[in-house]
Design a protein around this ligand. Structure first.
Ligand code: SIN
Length: 271
């Protein structure tokens, strides 16, 4: 496969591109991998269709983006591939994963994940789409006055704010952490709004009253469709997203089974 074989179709002005002309399971050559990594930084979320990954090739392709986590909050699909875990939901039951709240993954960690690679394994007949939002676009859309107000501000992120994570982290050492409200992406240098409804509990060094008004304003800002892309999963779909500058939302509107396999890439301390 040569670099020229890739076809890239941006899905919105601010976030997301569909990439075709590559067989991820085959282990693309280094030039193609480099192009995909560059596209990842440019578009923040990459969508691939009709792929034939198994857990091993899924893990192996994700390694191109950095060391992988043994994600502590969901069990691995097998001992042989401990980096891959399943998000398996019976849509007939009440959904308790909290993925239908806008979030970046595990921002309660001192070094939240760089990104994730998710593939569809079992899909409901209808529904179960996922949306991503560009937190670069969200930051850019704030007035310069509000941008100045939040520059240098930090916020507390706490796993116990999420009912699904609180149970899993209750007996572990996950003290709340402070992260910058405006994060500078270590590769692109772009600024992203880095607060989310699931884990961010408190702006630091503001009064309670200011926090009550300002934090929801910042966490709800992600809701604008102007920053979003919505993906309809099909068999063989694979999505790679940058957790440092995006949030996502899994729509909980289905009644069948939905099983996804995911690999999480290690991140660094936000700055
Ligand atoms: C997640 O929140 O990481 C899962 C997204 C999805 O299941 O679509």
């Amino acid at each position: 496969m040569t670099e020229a074989a890739l076809t890239v179709t941006p899905l919105t002005h601010s976030i997301g591109a569909e990439v075709s002309g590559v067989d991820l399971a085959a282990g693309p050559d280094p030039a193609v991998v480099k192009e995909i990594v560059d596209l990842f930084h440019q578009h923040q979320v990459l969508f691939f269709r009709d792929q034939e990954l198994d857990d091993v090739s899924h893990r192996d392709f994700a390694k191109n983006f950095g060391p992988l986590q043994h994600f502590a909050f969901l069990p691995p699909v097998s001992e042989d591939v401990p980096e891959v875990h399943a998000i398996d939901i019976d849509g007939a039951k009440p959904k308790t994963a909290n993925a239908d709240i806008w979030h970046s993954d595990a921002t309660f960690l001192a070094a939240p994940p760089l990104g994730s690679m998710l593939r569809s394994v079992i899909l409901p007949d209808t529904g179960g789409d996922t949306l991503w939002a560009s937190m670069y676009a969200a930051y850019d859309a704030l007035s310069s006055r509000v941008q100045r107000l939040i520059e240098g501000m930090t916020a507390i992120h706490d796993s116990s704010n999420s009912t699904s994570h609180a149970k899993k982290t209750a007996n572990a050492d996950y003290d709340p952490v402070a992260h910058p409200v405006v994060r500078t992406h270590p590769v692109t240098g772009r600024k992203a709004l880095f607060v989310n409804k699931t884990f961010t509990t408190r702006l630091v060094d503001v009064t309670d009253r200011e926090n009550e008004i300002l934090l929801p304003m910042l966490t709800d800002h992600v809701r604008s469709p102007d920053f979003q892309v919505r993906f309809r999963w099909t068999p063989g779909s694979v999505v790679l997203w940058d957790n440092r500058c995006t949030q996502h939302y899994a729509v909980a509107d289905y009644s069948g089974r939905r099983r996804m396999h995911r690999v999480v890439i290690d991140g660094d301390v936000p700055a």
